[in-house]
Design a protein around this ligand. Structure first.
Ligand code: GTA
Length: 150
Protein backbone atom coordinates (compact mmCIF):
# COMPACT_ATOMS: atom_id res chain seq x y z
CA UNK A 1 0.00 0.00 0.00
CA UNK A 2 1.37 3.45 -0.91
CA UNK A 3 2.08 5.70 2.04
CA UNK A 4 -0.35 8.56 2.62
CA UNK A 5 2.37 10.33 4.58
CA UNK A 6 4.68 11.56 1.82
CA UNK A 7 5.75 14.96 3.18
CA UNK A 8 8.08 14.28 6.15
CA UNK A 9 7.73 17.83 7.48
CA UNK A 10 4.00 17.21 7.97
CA UNK A 11 4.24 13.90 9.77
CA UNK A 12 4.08 15.51 13.20
CA UNK A 13 3.74 19.03 14.56
CA UNK A 14 5.70 17.96 17.63
CA UNK A 15 9.45 18.63 17.71
CA UNK A 16 11.37 16.92 20.49
CA UNK A 17 13.77 19.53 21.87
CA UNK A 18 15.99 16.73 23.16
CA UNK A 19 16.49 15.11 19.73
CA UNK A 20 20.21 15.35 19.04
CA UNK A 21 20.46 15.83 15.30
CA UNK A 22 19.50 18.04 12.42
CA UNK A 23 15.96 18.77 11.23
CA UNK A 24 16.61 16.49 8.22
CA UNK A 25 17.67 13.65 10.54
CA UNK A 26 14.59 14.23 12.68
CA UNK A 27 12.30 14.08 9.65
CA UNK A 28 14.00 10.95 8.34
CA UNK A 29 13.50 9.29 11.71
CA UNK A 30 9.81 10.24 11.71
CA UNK A 31 9.47 8.75 8.21
CA UNK A 32 11.08 5.41 8.99
CA UNK A 33 10.55 4.74 12.68
CA UNK A 34 8.14 2.11 13.99
CA UNK A 35 7.41 3.99 17.23
CA UNK A 36 4.09 5.69 17.95
CA UNK A 37 3.62 8.24 20.74
CA UNK A 38 0.22 8.04 22.43
CA UNK A 39 -0.97 11.14 24.27
CA UNK A 40 -4.00 12.45 26.16
CA UNK A 41 -4.35 9.18 28.05
CA UNK A 42 -5.99 8.86 31.44
CA UNK A 43 -3.57 8.19 34.31
CA UNK A 44 -5.75 5.13 35.03
CA UNK A 45 -5.39 3.49 31.62
CA UNK A 46 -3.31 0.32 31.81
CA UNK A 47 -0.63 -1.12 29.55
CA UNK A 48 -3.00 -4.04 28.80
CA UNK A 49 -5.71 -1.66 27.53
CA UNK A 50 -3.22 0.15 25.28
CA UNK A 51 -1.89 -3.17 24.03
CA UNK A 52 -5.37 -4.39 23.14
CA UNK A 53 -6.34 -1.18 21.30
CA UNK A 54 -3.11 -0.70 19.37
CA UNK A 55 -2.87 -4.38 18.40
CA UNK A 56 -5.72 -3.64 16.00
CA UNK A 57 -3.17 -1.97 13.70
CA UNK A 58 -0.69 -4.86 13.83
CA UNK A 59 1.65 -6.90 15.98
CA UNK A 60 3.20 -4.89 18.80
CA UNK A 61 6.80 -5.41 19.90
CA UNK A 62 6.48 -3.48 23.14
CA UNK A 63 4.45 -0.86 25.00
CA UNK A 64 6.38 1.56 27.20
CA UNK A 65 4.23 3.46 29.67
CA UNK A 66 5.09 7.10 30.38
CA UNK A 67 5.79 7.60 34.08
CA UNK A 68 5.93 10.49 36.50
CA UNK A 69 9.64 10.77 37.31
CA UNK A 70 8.96 11.29 41.02
CA UNK A 71 6.08 8.92 41.81
CA UNK A 72 6.95 6.36 39.07
CA UNK A 73 3.23 6.05 38.27
CA UNK A 74 1.58 6.44 34.82
CA UNK A 75 1.28 10.09 33.81
CA UNK A 76 -0.85 9.97 30.67
CA UNK A 77 1.27 8.93 27.70
CA UNK A 78 3.06 5.91 26.27
CA UNK A 79 5.05 4.63 23.33
CA UNK A 80 3.81 1.74 21.17
CA UNK A 81 6.61 -0.03 19.29
CA UNK A 82 5.64 -2.00 16.17
CA UNK A 83 7.59 -4.39 13.97
CA UNK A 84 6.47 -2.88 10.65
CA UNK A 85 6.22 0.64 9.27
CA UNK A 86 2.88 -0.11 7.63
CA UNK A 87 1.36 -1.04 11.00
CA UNK A 88 2.87 2.13 12.51
CA UNK A 89 1.18 4.28 9.85
CA UNK A 90 -2.12 2.43 10.30
CA UNK A 91 -2.02 3.13 14.04
CA UNK A 92 -1.62 6.87 13.45
CA UNK A 93 -4.21 6.87 10.65
CA UNK A 94 -6.95 4.77 12.21
CA UNK A 95 -6.48 4.70 15.99
CA UNK A 96 -5.65 8.32 16.72
CA UNK A 97 -8.78 10.07 17.97
CA UNK A 98 -10.52 6.93 19.17
CA UNK A 99 -11.89 6.84 22.69
CA UNK A 100 -10.03 5.03 25.45
CA UNK A 101 -11.32 5.31 29.02
CA UNK A 102 -13.76 8.03 27.88
CA UNK A 103 -11.12 10.25 26.27
CA UNK A 104 -9.89 10.79 22.70
CA UNK A 105 -6.31 9.59 22.66
CA UNK A 106 -3.79 11.04 20.21
CA UNK A 107 -1.41 8.82 18.24
CA UNK A 108 1.57 10.64 16.75
CA UNK A 109 4.61 9.57 14.76
CA UNK A 110 7.67 9.48 16.92
CA UNK A 111 11.39 9.58 16.08
CA UNK A 112 12.10 6.45 18.15
CA UNK A 113 12.14 5.36 21.76
CA UNK A 114 15.32 5.72 23.81
CA UNK A 115 15.77 4.98 27.48
CA UNK A 116 14.84 8.05 29.49
CA UNK A 117 12.03 9.16 27.20
CA UNK A 118 9.47 7.33 29.37
CA UNK A 119 9.75 10.00 32.08
CA UNK A 120 7.56 13.10 32.26
CA UNK A 121 9.63 16.25 31.72
CA UNK A 122 7.49 18.65 33.75
CA UNK A 123 9.06 20.25 36.82
CA UNK A 124 6.56 18.42 39.04
CA UNK A 125 7.44 15.04 37.53
CA UNK A 126 4.55 14.51 35.09
CA UNK A 127 4.09 15.78 31.54
CA UNK A 128 4.85 19.40 30.68
CA UNK A 129 1.25 20.02 29.53
CA UNK A 130 -0.04 19.09 32.99
CA UNK A 131 2.04 21.86 34.56
CA UNK A 132 0.18 24.58 32.69
CA UNK A 133 -3.39 23.32 32.33
CA UNK A 134 -6.01 25.51 33.97
CA UNK A 135 -8.96 23.13 33.47
CA UNK A 136 -10.05 20.38 35.87
CA UNK A 137 -9.30 16.96 34.38
CA UNK A 138 -10.17 14.09 36.75
CA UNK A 139 -8.46 11.53 34.49
CA UNK A 140 -5.17 13.45 34.74
CA UNK A 141 -4.84 14.36 38.38
CA UNK A 142 -7.37 17.23 38.60
CA UNK A 143 -6.12 20.78 38.03
CA UNK A 144 -2.74 21.52 36.43
CA UNK A 145 0.25 21.49 38.79
CA UNK A 146 0.76 25.27 38.78
CA UNK A 147 -2.92 25.92 39.59
CA UNK A 148 -2.71 23.37 42.44
CA UNK A 149 0.23 25.30 43.91
CA UNK A 150 -1.61 28.64 43.92
N1 GTA B 1 6.13 11.99 19.21
O1 GTA B 1 3.26 15.21 20.72
C1 GTA B 1 4.20 14.45 20.97
C2 GTA B 1 4.84 14.34 22.25
N2 GTA B 1 4.67 14.98 23.47
C3 GTA B 1 3.70 16.04 23.77
C4 GTA B 1 5.55 14.46 24.36
N3 GTA B 1 6.30 13.52 23.75
C5 GTA B 1 5.89 13.42 22.45
N4 GTA B 1 6.33 12.64 21.45
C6 GTA B 1 5.73 12.74 20.23
N5 GTA B 1 4.69 13.61 20.00
O2 GTA B 1 9.77 11.55 25.59
C7 GTA B 1 7.32 12.70 24.41
C8 GTA B 1 8.59 13.48 24.78
C9 GTA B 1 9.11 12.71 25.99
C10 GTA B 1 7.80 12.29 26.70
C11 GTA B 1 7.37 13.22 27.83
O3 GTA B 1 6.80 12.27 25.68
O4 GTA B 1 9.54 13.49 23.72
P1 GTA B 1 6.62 15.78 28.05
O5 GTA B 1 5.29 15.90 27.45
O6 GTA B 1 6.70 15.69 29.53
O7 GTA B 1 7.60 16.97 27.64
O8 GTA B 1 7.41 14.55 27.37
P2 GTA B 1 7.90 17.66 26.22
O9 GTA B 1 7.40 16.87 25.09
O10 GTA B 1 9.35 18.00 26.19
O11 GTA B 1 7.02 18.98 26.39
P3 GTA B 1 6.89 20.30 25.49
O12 GTA B 1 7.19 20.00 24.07
O13 GTA B 1 7.69 21.40 26.14
O14 GTA B 1 5.37 20.70 25.69
C12 GTA B 1 4.31 19.82 25.43
C13 GTA B 1 3.01 20.65 25.43
O15 GTA B 1 2.86 21.30 26.72
C14 GTA B 1 2.99 21.79 24.43
O16 GTA B 1 2.52 21.41 23.18
C15 GTA B 1 2.03 22.76 25.10
O17 GTA B 1 0.69 22.35 24.83
C16 GTA B 1 2.29 22.59 26.56
N6 GTA B 1 3.23 23.64 27.07
C17 GTA B 1 4.58 23.61 27.07
N7 GTA B 1 5.09 24.72 27.61
C18 GTA B 1 4.04 25.51 27.96
C19 GTA B 1 3.90 26.80 28.58
N8 GTA B 1 4.96 27.52 28.95
N9 GTA B 1 2.65 27.28 28.77
C20 GTA B 1 1.57 26.57 28.42
N10 GTA B 1 1.61 25.35 27.84
C21 GTA B 1 2.83 24.82 27.61
Amino acid sequence: MASLFKDPSKLSVYRDRRFQGTQDEFELALQTSTTVYVGNMSFYTTEEQVYELFSRAGEIKKIIMGLDKNSKTPCGFCFALYYSREDTEDAVKYISGTILDDRPIRADFDWGFQDGRQWGRGRSGGQVRDEYRTDYDPGRGGYGKLVQKE
